[in-house]
Design a protein around this ligand. Structure first.
Ligand code: HEM
Ligand code: HEM
Length: 222
């Protein structure tokens, strides 16, 4: 039987995790919308054919301008979630040095050093290390692109930053699917209670320990 993945999760890490879920879902959602149904080419095509059906024509650059204007309020949310993610990444560095089992790199090193190491646990923890490294790239490239005018960045540099930034959408999509499926499988197999640990803090949290330590009928502890 494999060792459980359960453990104590500090309050700052739990709050951080659920805010990070909101930020990543927002970024993935806006990213996918822009690359699919809300891409300017798709929308400009719909505008052009809609007007043609109504017996009017529209210049391609006008159709494009309208499409970009429709997309702008949706895309502005990308920056709201983007700066939320940037703030969360900075806070995650603070959470890593607070008391509690909250740093993924030492976690991975500890697992590798164990005589009874589990390759499954190594893979899970290595996945988090890659997640954080790529999150750092997304934040750095996103912020640089956002301020490209003020920073005077060259077109080539922005192009290079953007192609990797855009491609990594698929890594984050895959991470979320694998992570959520993995968490469900772990809940059903060796680690029932894993998700509630990420909500209430785990069996070793003081709040969870106090009632268990109390004998039935004993006066409440101070
Ligand atoms: C956008 C979606 C999500 C992202 C980006 C995400 C990200 C992460 C990250 C980075 C960690 C490692 C935290 C650390 O120790 O530094 C983690 C752990 C965890 N997440 Fe998520 N998460 C997502 C969704 C979810 C959902 C929907 C659930 C519950 C169903 C969940 C449950 C957990 C649990 C139980 C752990 C601890 C498991 C372990 O230590 O291996 N996550 N998540
Ligand atoms: C998981 C995190 C992220 C994902 C999945 C993601 C996804 C994407 C995608 C797919 C694009 C390309 C859209 C296209 O041209 O078709 C893009 C562009 C961009 N993203 Fe992100 N992004 C993330 C994080 C961030 C962050 C943290 C920021 C920082 C504020 C940011 C700012 C930008 C900017 C400035 C652009 C260029 C927009 C343009 O050229 O019009 N992104 N992002």
């Amino acid at each position: 039987m494999e060792r459980s993945l359960r453990g104590r999760r500090s309050l700052p890490l739990r709050i951080w995790h659920w805010l990070d879920v909101i930020a990543i879902f927002g970024l993935l959602g806006t990213g996918f919308l822009r690359k699919t149904v809300m891409g300017w080419r798709t929308m400009a095509g719909a505008i052009t054919s809609g007007l043609e059906e109504a017996g009017t024509t529209v210049a391609p650059e006008v159709a494009r301008k309208i499409a970009v204007e429709i997309r702008t309020p949706m895309w502005d949310l990308h920056y709201v979630f983007g700066f939320l993610l940037a703030g969360l990444l900075a806070l995650r560095l603070v959470v890593a040095v607070l008391p509690g089992r909250s740093s993924v790199l030492p976690d991975l090193q500890r697992e590798l050093a164990r005589p009874d190491r589990s390759w499954h646990h190594v893979l899970v923890k290595a996945g988090y290390v890659v997640f954080y490294a790529l999150t750092a790239y997304m934040v750095a490239s996103g912020v640089l692109m956002y301020f490209k005018g003020a920073l005077g960045l060259s077109k080539d540099l922005v192009g290079a930053l953007k192609s990797a930034h855009e491609l990594l959408l698929y890594f984050f999509g895959a991470f979320v699917v694998l992570h959520v499926v993995g968490v469900f499988v772990a809940e059903l197999r060796g680690s029932p209670g894993l998700v509630s640990d990420m909500i209430h803090g785990g069996d070793h949290a003081p709040a969870a320990r106090a009632p268990a330590a109390q004998a039935p009928g004993a006066p409440p502890s101070p």
